[in-house]
Ligand binder design. Structure first.
Ligand code: NDP
Length: 399
């Protein structure tokens, strides 16, 4: 039975709070702290009334001293960071200073440099080891479950995994001409960056959305899937012995790509500030302000997501292919917790990671990516907490 501080009060936090409240034997008390306190209060009002005691607080998580003060007052056992990637390091610093465990769903990214890299957070490994604290990095779906799937595949079905293709398909339709399913700024930064995949010990760079495949997804059908760089490629390249290639594909509709290209061509996705009548504005932040808030997409989004990984490698000298994936229905998520599937598939794994950490199953001093823990209890929890997985030993391959 534990007390947990949840930082952030957006779409993913909504699901984390909902799921913590459904597991009150572990999450006895939670505090929701975020920049805009009214959003924390709205979450409390929505999910209050069960066994989990919910409190709220205003917090600027860019400020380590403020986080330290709040942690010292509330005395949680761990922090679940579902604010933005920009806050990862200030929150990790505060955890070290106050002696609490840490978990997040996205790797640190400096606000002015669009570079997703683990190097900043991996640099904290020794400090967390010395403090006897656990930091779990990237515990959403991708990254997150994709790393757990990889550890599970390696543990049970392979001696060596040679190829991994991560496939993230969203067959959902929210009815808007253009909207992003999670924080637009983070989402567009991720997609408009150059593509990259890992092959034979090196990174192969592509133009943004240069490589496209068509894949027939279970319960969704055929979709255009584009090769993107995604942060779990970096950690899996380090943690999967014998790996030769890892790629990540995400589906986008033609309508989405057309809008994105137009916005990009006119400079609306740029993070370089421009001056308008004496006021400096970052075009991407302005775009974020005019796009639909992802948190409002829940009631409108119909259809399913299908996210999983295809592995090829060897077992007992023989070639093996294995596909493990989850299919999640946007409307079922909305009925259960009031969010669409993108927030749901991120928030449920964050809660599971926190639960395993608090139960001691995923507790070891240091900074770890999810594939470095035992995948079995996590896979069991996915089936119990709303993200059941399917597997196939004769999957259609991407190429
Ligand atoms: P939202 O934009 O909906 O929510 C972010 C929340 O963080 C908001 O409540 C925001 O406050 C708060 N916040 C931002 N800056 C600060 C700050 N300085 N101090 C305190 N709070 C702050 O994002 P999502 O819920 O969609 O995403 C949350 C995280 O999940 C992101 O890091 C995202 O990258 C990650 N993610 C991971 C996925 C995965 O599969 N691994 C998939 C999808 C998302 P305010 O309301 O004031 O803006």
């Amino acid at each position: 039975m534990s007390r947990v501080l949840i930082i952030g009060a957006g779409g993913v936090a909504n699901v984390v709070v909902a799921k913590c409240c459904l597991n009150p034997e572990v999450f006895q008390e939670i505090m929701i702290a975020s920049r805009t306190k009214s959003k924390c209060d709205a979450l409390k009002e929505k999910f209050d009334g069960g066994k989990t005691v919910i409190t709220t607080s205003q917090l600027d998580a860019d400020n380590t001293d403020e986080i330290v003060k709040l942690i010292n007052e509330y005395e949680p056992e761990m922090v679940i960071n579902v604010a933005l990637p920009y806050q990862d390091l200030t929150i990790m610093d505060a955890c070290l200073e106050t002696g609490v465990h840490y978990l997040d769903t996205a790797n640190y990214e400096p606000p002015n440099i669009p570079k997703f890299e683990y190097k900043w957070q991996w640099a904290y490994k020794e400090k967390f080891e010395k403090a006897g604290l656990t930091a779990v990095l990237g515990c959403g779906f991708d990254p997150g479950v994709t790393g757990v799937f990889s550890a599970y595949a390696l543990k049970h079905y392979f001696d060596e995994i040679h190829y991994i293709d991560i496939l993230d398909a969203n067959g959902g339709d929210h009815g808007y001409p253009f909207a992003t399913n999670f924080n637009p700024e983070i989402n567009i930064r991720e997609i408009s960056a150059n593509g990259r995949y890992w092959e034979k010990g090196d990174w192969v760079e592509t133009d943004p959305l240069e490589i496209k495949r068509v894949y027939d997804f279970d319960q969704i059908g055929e979709k255009d899937a584009y090769l993107l760089y995604h942060e779990e490629l970096e950690s899996l390249a380090v943690h999967m012995p014998g790996i030769k290639r890892i790629r990540f594909f995400m589906t986008f509709s033609e309508k989405y790509i057309t809008h994105l290209n137009v916005l990009k061509n006119v400079g609306m996705t740029s993070i370089e500030p421009i001056e308008i009548e004496g006021v400096k504005i970052q075009p991407l932040q302005f775009l974020k302000a005019v796009l639909p808030d992802p948190a409002t997409l829940g009631p409108r989004t119909k259809g399913k997501t299908n996210i999983g990984c295809i592995y090829q490698g060897i077992k007992d000298g023989k070639p093996v292919s294995y596909y493990v994936y989850n299919v999640c229905d946007h409307q079922s998520c909305y009925k259960e917790v009031g969010s669409q599937a993108i927030s749901y598939t991120t928030g449920v794994p964050a809660m599971i990671g926190a639960k395993l950490l608090l139960e001691g199953k995923w507790k070891k001093p240091g900074v770890y990516n999810v594939e470095e823990f035992d995948p079995d209890p996590f896979m069991e929890q996915l089936n119990k907490q709303g993200l059941p997985w399917n597997e196939s030993f004769e999957p259609e391959l991407v190429d």
